[in-house]
Every structure is written in C-alpha cells, then in structure tokens.
Design a protein around this ligand. Structure first.
Ligand SMILES: [Zn+2]
Length: 320
C-alpha cells in the first residue's frame, strides 16, 4: 500500500506539473470543464446513486469505481486522484476497503468537502457468525474488530446518508437549495417506502434465517429486519475457499432450517453457494449488496432502490 501510494503521488505530482493544474488551476477544473456546475465524486455505487438523486441536473456526479469491477480490489489511478483533488464534494465509505482515501485526503486540504458514509449512521462491528471461514490474522495482529462498512445495505441508513448529502449540497451550492431539497424529498420518500415494504414482507415470514454461500456484507440489512444470517466469509473477506467445516455447517443449516435457497452476492462466482445448493437439493439466488453495478445495469438506469426492489422480489419468491 505504501509503495503504491508513493507511485501514485509521484504520478499525481508529475501530472499536476505537466498540466499546470496547481492551486490556481484546480478551481477551473472543479467547475466541470466549463459546465459551471459543482463536481461530486463518489467511490462506490450507493454514494454515487444517492448523490445523483439529490443533485439532479444541478451538479455533475461521477462514480470512481469502474462499473463491473469488484470494489474490494479497486485501486485508484493517478487520474482518479486528480478527480478527487479537483472535485467539490467527495463521498466515500471510510472503511477498510477504501483505506486509500485517508492517505490521499491527508495530503490534500479537503476536509470541508468530504462526506464519509460511516459518519452518517450508527455503525456496527463486522460480525463473524458461527461457521464462517475467517481471514488468517497476520502475526502480532491479535483480535481486531473492524467496523462493518456496508452501512448502505439498510434502506433506513440510506435515508440518513441522503440527508447528509442534501446538507452538504445546501452548504456548497445554496443558490440551488430548492432543487436539492425537492430532489432529496423524492428519493427519501422512495427509500421510506422500500424500508416499509421490507418490514411488511418480513412480518409475514415465520423463519427469518438466510444462508449466504458467499461473503456477508449485509449486517445492517439483517439487523434492521431482525434476520438470522449465516455465511461462508465475513463482509469484506478476500477469502474464496471456505473450510470444510464451513461448508458442513452451512449445509446442515440449510437442511435443519428447511431452507429452499442459498444466496450469493453480485460479482461472485457463486461456486460455494452452488455446492451447498447441490448438496441440499435447493436453489441459489442473487442478493444485491449494491457495492457496484455492471456497465449494463448502469446503462439500464438501475438505482439503489431498483436493486433493493429486486432483492425484495427474490425474497418473496424464496422465503416463507
Ligand atoms: Zn465490502
């Protein structure tokens, strides 16, 4: 990480010198190639989606994570760093998977123009539930509890993040405050309805147990609706090979709970879910954790709300 950062900063400095885009030039760049509109940049899809809902036509919103890529393996390019440097509002998660942000922000004076999603909600620690295959700890690391960074997976948290983005936009661009307020109101209404629809659905479910043959980035979702979830790996694990004990535990869980479905998340090869489903004669289904979307989904205009609505339909078809 340190070496990567040195390379990036060297590139950044070179690029800054070459384009003459120093302190004086950055103001011009931040007004969006002459559009005059504020430039908002978000690291992941939820931040991007919430920001574009609030900004509407009043500001340009950029997603840093390339569509179709797995967010945990993302590393910023020198161009990305310049984009962050030049933007008017930078929205990031603040967890372990975008730890690179802290390094960049400490070298830029941007504290007023950033929004950290972890600061918008009550956070929970990343949980290791029974049966999970854990990451091997590095020597001397000891027990480390990480904050679970997937705060957006609860629609109620999504509302808090949208409100925080609205607050930032009102501060940064008071001239368009009526638009930001109206746009935010529309999206908050949708999120509220989404949350209500999940509450109504889960109220009808007798067994709220879910098994994920995958990573588990859905703790906030599970807490919100009081679910019992089991998974192969913790939320941001880079592990792909579950232990035999994990497979055995999850297989038993599916059988003993009489479940019909093993879930997997987007951009997963779902091999683990497949093998548990095969062993238990059940089916698999995708559950969107909304870290990122494919280019096709982006082009089709998918939003956080539409992806979560797909999740609701999936649950309706697979839980009873
Ligand atoms: Zn994650």
């Amino acid at each position: 990480m340190k070496r990567l950062f040195t390379i990036l900063m060297t590139c950044l400095l070179a690029a800054t010198i070459l384009t003459g885009c120093g302190a004086a030039g950055s103001t011009a760049a931040s007004s969006g190639e002459g559009s005059g509109r504020l430039q908002v940049v978000a690291t992941n899809f939820p931040g991007y989606d919430f920001a574009r809902a609030v900004c509407g036509d009043q500001a340009d919103v950029t997603l840093l994570l390339p569509p179709g890529t797995e967010s945990h393996s993302y590393e910023p390019t020198p161009k990305d760093i310049l984009t962050v440097q030049d933007c008017d509002l930078f929205i990031y998660v603040g967890g372990e998977s975008d730890a690179w942000v802290d390094t960049i922000l400490s070298s830029l004076d941007k504290s007023a123009n950033t929004l950290k999603m972890l600061d918008c909600v009550d956070t929970l620690d990343e949980e290791t539930t029974e049966g999970m295959t854990e990451e091997e700890e590095e020597p001397g690391e000891g027990e480390v509890t990480e904050i679970d960074e997937h705060v957006w997976t609860s629609p109620a948290n999504a509302e808090l993040i949208v409100q925080a983005i609205r607050g930032k936009m009102l501060e940064l661009d008071p001239g368009n405050k009526e638009s930001y307020r109206a746009n935010a109101e529309i999206y908050l209404q949708k999120l509220d309805e989404l949350d209500g629809a999940f509450c109504d659905f889960f109220a009808t479910i007798s067994n709220k147990t879910m098994v994920f043959g995958d990573r588990f980035p859905l703790r906030y979702f599970a807490e919100r609706y009081d679910l019992n979830c089991y998974a192969a790996f913790p939320g941001c694990s880079t592990q792909t090979e579950p232990s035999a004990a994990t497979i055995a535990f999850l297989t038993d869980k599916v059988k003993s709970e009489g479940l019909t479905t093993v879930y997997y998340i987007e951009f997963s090869n779902h091999l683990v879910a497949d093998s548990i489903a095969e062993a238990t004669n059940t089916q698999t289904a995708l559950f969107n954790s909304c870290h990122n979307v494919s280019q096709q989904q982006l082009d089709a205009g998918e939003t956080y709300v539409s992806l979560m609505e797909q999740n609701l339909e999936t649950l309706k078809a697979t839980m009873k």
